[in-house]
Design a protein around this ligand. Structure first.
Ligand code: PEP
Ligand code: MN
Length: 277
């Protein structure tokens, strides 16, 4: 299953957009690390009622603070209305600049709504990519079905990506307390069957920063085309998913694993030690 080394798409940033300042800080940090795709979700579906994101009000901040600096913004959308708002906001930018990654989250399993979203985005700016995550429950057919629904609504394959974020653990054994259980083999099957790029979201699988790092290590055995990782400048005060958001230092560690530099570094260190002997 292991592959040759290739460049991976990395989307990183906070779970949710919280403020202009927060976005600016993380954007600068990502740019310095050569990461050009920044996530900061506007709409946050929650398990229990609570802060639900900035909503549409944050859309102009998200675009203004990223596109002008050559970064591609990314957010989850939950409805056709959200897709419409994103397209309208992007249309104020030229075709060259109007880039965004929008994704359908694991909880968003209404196929009728998915098709409406696909239709709206298919006729929007050409550089807008649509990603869909696996459903919460472990069902390969249903996961593949999302791709079929999106195609049937006229969404082009070249602008579509998939993301694995693990499955609800239920009563399954879960010794390290993952938030969702990965099935890397299934993700690789869906990648092969759909012919689409497959990203991994280690954050919603891990549920804690330590687990996120371990999941990235484990996933490096598989042929993922990219990663979407939650990073916050100060995770302890994050308004959502505080436990799983990585600090800058942790993210740098993860980036080395993703870029396959971690092993290289150990090998270099070893051979240098050997030379010293
Ligand atoms: C997210 O990526 O912020 C998110 C809510 O993910 P999921 O749909 O995987 O729960
Ligand atoms: Mn999150």
């Amino acid at each position: 299953m292991k592959k040759e080394k290739k460049e991976k798409l990395v989307i990183a940033g906070p779970c949710a957009l919280e403020s202009k300042q927060q976005l600016r800080e993380v954007a600068l940090m990502l740019k310095a690390l050569g990461v050009n795709h920044i996530r900061a979700s506007l709409w946050k579906p929650r398990t229990s009622p609570g802060w639900e994101g900035t909503g549409a009000i944050g859309l102009s901040t998200l675009l203004e603070e990223t596109l002008a600096y050559g970064l591609v913004p990314a957010s989850e959308i939950l409805s056709a209305e959200h897709a419409q708002l994103a397209v309208q906001a992007l249309q104020r930018y030229g075709e060259e600049q109007a880039k965004m990654v929008l994704w359908l989250g694991a909880r968003n399993q209404n196929h009728l709504e998915q098709k409406k979203i696909a239709k709206i985005l298919a006729s929007g700016p050409k550089a807008v990519l649509l990603m869909f995550k696996n459903p919460m429950w472990e069902d390969e057919r249903h996961w593949m079905g999302i791709a079929e629904h999106l195609y049937s609504a006229g969404f082009p394959m070249e602008r579509l990506m998939v993301c694995h974020r693990g499955f609800y653990p239920g009563k399954q054994a879960n010794p390290i307390g993952l938030r969702n259980l990965p099935d890397f083999e299934m993700a690789m099957r869906v990648k092969a069957k759909s012919g689409l790029p497959m990203l991994l979201d280690p954050s919603h699988i891990g549920g804690s920063s330590q687990n996120v790092i371990s999941i990235c290590q484990e996933a490096s055995q598989y042929d993922f085309d990219g990663y979407m990782v939650e990073v916050h400048t100060n995770p302890s005060v994050a308004k959502t998913d505080a436990k799983q958001q990585l600090t800058l230092a942790e993210f740098e560690q993860v980036l080395k694993i993703i870029r396959e530099e971690a092993v290289l570094e150990t090998t270099t260190k070893c051979s240098m030690q050997q030379m010293a002997f």
